[in-house]
Design a protein around this ligand. Structure first.
Ligand code: ADP
Ligand code: ASP
Ligand code: MG
Length: 400
C-alpha cells in the first residue's frame, strides 16, 4: 500500500517526539508499505514566527510572511529525514516546491492548483521515505506560499489524492474526531466513522481537529481519511462516504468557534439595494460574512447585524466606515458560535427546539441563529460558549 501520514504540531513538538514519529514511520515501512510523511511545524512555532513579524509591522507584507512561516515546516521535515537516515532508512526531505505543489498567489491562504506527482513518485520508486514540509507550496512567480492555518492537513490530503494513495492518516494529539472538543467536555465520545459532509460542517464550524479545506478536498478526491493519535496505538476515526455509515445519529456533535465578531448597524435606510451594496463590498474584499439578521423596518429605517471571522474585523471596520450605510456602527469581538451537527437532522423534527430550550434553561441568550439541513448554529456571548457546548452535549445525550 501507499500510505500518507501527516504529523501535527504536538506530534513533532520536540526532538524526542520527532524520534518517536521516526519509529512509527519505520514500523509502517517495515510492514511493506510505501510511506510519504507530511509534517507541521513544532507546536507554537508558527505563532512565534507571526509574533516576530508583528514586532516590526502591524500589517506585514504577505509575501515575506509566507517565506517566514514556511520555515517552521522545513525545520521539522529536515530533522525527521535526518533521523530516519541515521536509523538506516533512506529518506529525503522536500519543501513544498520540491514536492511539486503549485498554488495560486493568495499569500497566507493560497489554494493548491496542481501537484506534479512525479516529483514524489521518483523518490518513492527509489525506495525512499519521502518527508514533505506541510502548509506550503509555490506560485507561478516562484514565490513561497502558505495554505492557511492548519494547512498541513490540506497538504497531506492533496498529496494523497494526487498520488492515489490507499490511505491518508492524520496523526494528532487526540484519538480521533469526538462528539465535541474533549478539552471542553470530558465525557465527549470518540466517533468511529463520520461522513465527509458532517466532518466538513464540523470543521467549518470550529472543530479545528481537521482543517475544513482538507475535508473538502478529501471528499472531492475520495481520499480514505483517518485521524489518529500519535501518542498511542488506538484506532482512530474514519472519514468516509455517507453510504458507508449504517446508523446515523440525529445529532453527531457540538462545535465551538470563538473566532467570531459581530457587526451591528442601526438606523440603516430601509430601501432596496442597501444589503446588496454592503455585502458585495465585503465579498469583493474576500471577507467571509457568516450569519446575517435584519429586523423588520420601522420609520423607514432598520437594524442589520452580521458576523465575520475575528481576524477579519479590522478590515471589515475599515470598509464599513467608508460605506456610510449607517452612522451607528457597533463591533463586538466577545461572541462565539455554538453549533450542533448531524445528518440525521434532515429527517427529524424538534432538534432545534431542544437546542433553544437547553440554552434557555442555562439562561444563555441566543443572539443570532442560522440553520441548514444538517446543522444549527447560534451566536452567544463568548463567556458562555463552553457552558453552551457542555449543556448541548448533555441534552442530546452525546456522552452516553
Ligand atoms: P495538530 O497540531 O495535530 O494539527 P490541532 O490542534 O490542529 O492538532 O487539532 C487537534 C485539537 O482539536 C485537539 O487537541 C482538540 O482539542 C481539538 N478539537 C476540537 N474539536 C474537536 C473534536 N470534535 N474532536 C477532536 N478534537 C477536537
Ligand atoms: N504550522 C501551521 C499552523 O500552525 C500549519 C499546520 O500546523 O497545519 O497553522
Ligand atoms: Mg491542525
Amino acid at each position: 500500500m501507499l500510505i500518507v501520514q501527516k504529523y501535527g504540531g504536538t506530534s513533532v513538538g520536540d526532538l524526542e517526539r520527532i524520534s518517536s514519529v521516526a519509529s512509527r514511520v519505520i514500523k509502517t515501512k517495515e510492514e511493506g508499505h510505501d510511506v510519504v510523511v507530511v509534517v507541521s511545524a513544532m507546536s507554537g512555532e508558527t505563532n512565534k514566527l507571526i509574533s516576530y513579524a508583528e514586532h516590526f509591522s502591524k500589517n506585514p507584507n504577505k509575501r515575506e510572511l509566507d517565506l517566514l512561516l514556511s520555515s517552521g515546516e522545513r525545520v521539522t521535515s529536515a530533522l525527521l529525514s535526518i533521523a530516519l537516515n541515521e536509523l538506516g532508512y533512506n529518506s529525503i526531505a522536500l519543501s513544498g516546491r520540491q514536492a511539486g505543489i503549485y498554488t495560486n498567489d493568495t499569500h497566507t491562504s493560497a489554494r493548491i492548483e496542481k501537484i506534479d506527482s512525479s516529483k514524489i513518485k521518483n523518490h518513492l520508486n527509489q525506495g525512499k521515505i519521502v518527508v514533505v514540509a506541510g502548509f506550503q507550496g509555490f506560485t507561478k512567480d516562484e514565490n513561497v506560499s502558505t495554505l492557511g492555518r492548519g494547512g498541513s492537513d490540506l497538504s497531506a490530503v492533496a498529496i494523497a489524492g494526487a498520488l492515489k494513495a490507499d490511505l491518508c492518516e492524520i496523526y494528532t494529539d487526540v484519538d480521533g474526531i469526538y462528539t465535541t472538543d474533549p478539552r471542553i467536555e470530558k465525557s465527549a465520545k470518540k466517533i468511529d466513522k463520520i461522513s465527509y459532509d458532517e466532518m466538513l460542517e464540523f470543521a467549518s464550524l470550529g472543530a479545528k481537529v481537521l482543517q475544513n479545506r482538507s475535508v473538502e478536498m478529501a471528499k472531492k478526491l475520495n481520499v480514505n481519511l483517518v485521524t489518529r493519535n500519535s501518542f498511542n496505538e488506538n484506532e482512530g476515526t474514519l472519514i468516509t462516504k455517507e453510504s458507508e455509515i449504517v446508523e446515523e445519529p440525529i445529532v453527531s456533535g457540538v462545535a465551538l468557534d470563538k473566532n467570531q465578531a459581530r457587526i451591528t448597524l442601526r438606523g440603516v435606510v430601509d430601501k432596496p439595494g442597501i444589503a446588496a451594496e454592503i455585502f458585495s463590498k465585503l465579498a469583493t474584499n474576500n471577507i467571509n460574512v457568516d450569519m446575517i439578521i435584519q429586523n423588520v423596518g420601522q420609520d423607514g429605517t432598520t437594524n442589520l447585524g452580521f458576523t465575520v471571522p475575528e481576524n477579519e474585523l479590522e478590515k471589515t471596520k475599515e470598509i464599513m466606515s467608508k460605506l456610510n450605510a449607517s452612522s451607528d456602527l457597533e463591533f463586538d469581538r466577545a461572541v462565539a458560535k455554538v453549533s450542533i451537527v448531524g445528518v440525521g437532522m434532515k429527517s427529524h423534527s424538534g432538534v432545534a427546539a431542544t437546542a433553544f430550550n437547553t440554552l434557555a434553561d442555562e439562561n444563555i441568550n441566543i443572539e443570532m441563529i442560522s440553520t441548514s439541513e444538517i446543522k444549527i448554529s447560534m451566536i452567544v456571548d463568548e463567556k458562555y460558549g463552553e457552558l453552551a457546548v457542555r449543556a448541548l452535549h448533555s441534552a442530546y445525550k452525546l456522552g452516553e
